[in-house]
Write a protein that binds this ligand. Sequence first.
Ligand code: FAD
Length: 500
Amino acid sequence: MTQRILIVGGGSAGWLCAAYLAKMFGATKEITLVEAPEIGAIGVGEGSFPSLRATLAALGIPEAEFIREASATFKQGISFHNWVHGDDHYFHPFSMPSQRPGAPELLPYWLQGLAGDTPFAEAVTMQKRVVDAQRAPKRIGDGDYNGPMNYAYHFDAARFAGLLAKHARKLGVRHVQDHVDGVQLGHDGAIASVETREHGALTADLYIDCSGFRALLIGGALGSPFHSVSDILFCDTALAVQVPHPAPDTPIASATISTAHEAGWTWDIGLQERRGIGYVYSSRHTSDERAEQVLRAYAGPAADGLKVRKIPMRVGYREQHWIKNCVAIGLAGGFLEPLEASGIGLVETAVHMLGALFPHNGEMAPLARHFNQFMGERYARIVDFIKLHYCLSQRREQFWTDNCDPASWSDSLRDKLAMWRCRPPQRMDFLTDLDMYPPTSWQYVLYGMGFPKAMPPLPGMEALAAAARQEFANIAAVSERAVADLPDHRAFIAQLCQHE
Ligand code: FAD
């Protein structure tokens, strides 16, 4: 019987896992989390994916409490700057293209030019106009975790982990603050105990490795090979800085701003009191000194004198995430550059899967095989989606031309791009449970970056052309109403923070 769970690591992954399993299983499992306070969590990871709403709701955390305690703001998508030529812009919204009853799917008609010059994302949803007008995605009356726009959040990573810890402890999770010095294996190769400095040996039926890039259990003790994807995704270092807002009423962007530079890209995330800014770059294509210049030039005088933190990134994932009685979740299992905020999303996937398929009877091997296959596939598909952003660029710096060399693309991405040269991406190109990003996200990036518009003539299309034109016009008109109806982003955050 699997009754006792030991989680090693108290970053976002460890505490999310602890809180979720405690909520799901109540007193039927005994959950302990051990973390070394002197090591600390990674402290970055400020942009999330819309799936986090359902996770927070499942944990029973009121949305206003989350916003207040994690210094959170709303994220309605990603605004990409300079990715194509160096002076361009496109938007990846979280809302799906409008699909009203009776109206046709809009993409084929947009490809045929029925929306004129309007970019795809702006023609099919109102979300970009809402973001440009600095509006929140919802109003108070919409209720927790609901709203007319699809949305995720930006948040302070350390405060987020603190909030999850508070909830996990309330749900009965035992918290041990101690340093893990070693791991003992039994004669069957499974983990027998985890050795700590002050509390001696800690034992459990299932061990969850959330020890971050150190991967103490899955890598250190069990030797799961690391599958590097650095031949596909070249960025291996980040420089991060926290820049206070100049005034308490400075507007806060409700989208992540991602700007391409000579050897990578910057994230720019607006929280309540500050912006989190980071430059993710390839150390094979630039030096740390030059990278800091690029970061500081982007951040401007507001960052003068502020400390920049360097974070080496090991990009890839474990070949096996689950071995014997140990499963790795979070950075211990893998990491892909944070371009589309996959980190916490992958933690959520792993935690949901572990909760749903839990080995209650102690029989781990079948579950481990399934988990490993699923997570490996999911990572590989995210790698393709991230690479898509690079390989469609027309920038001429070496970093970008290297990225555009098809030799650095996976076979699956090459196949996808080849198929989409004669018709657009559609649902049957994807496996919903394995793909983190829906087909529409691929469409937003592909057509945002100017991929050739190819659409085979389909019988019957002409009959619905008038309805499609009407729908494009409706979206533009409704956008104006949405901008008028939705509250200002910062004012709404302030209102939520006062909400009990
Ligand atoms: P960590 O936060 O590193 O936590 C590791 C824990 O293990 C700590 O509590 C530490 O004390 C403990 N530990 C380690 N060694 C020992 C030991 N010997 N004994 C006891 N305890 C130990 N994700 C997103 O979703 N969105 C983003 O925008 C995003 N941006 C990122 C930017 C960068 C530059 C990086 C590197 C990551 C980013 N991520 C992002 C990923 C995200 O930060 C992580 O997925 C998430 O924070 C989970 O981290 P973790 O809990 O696995 O590891």
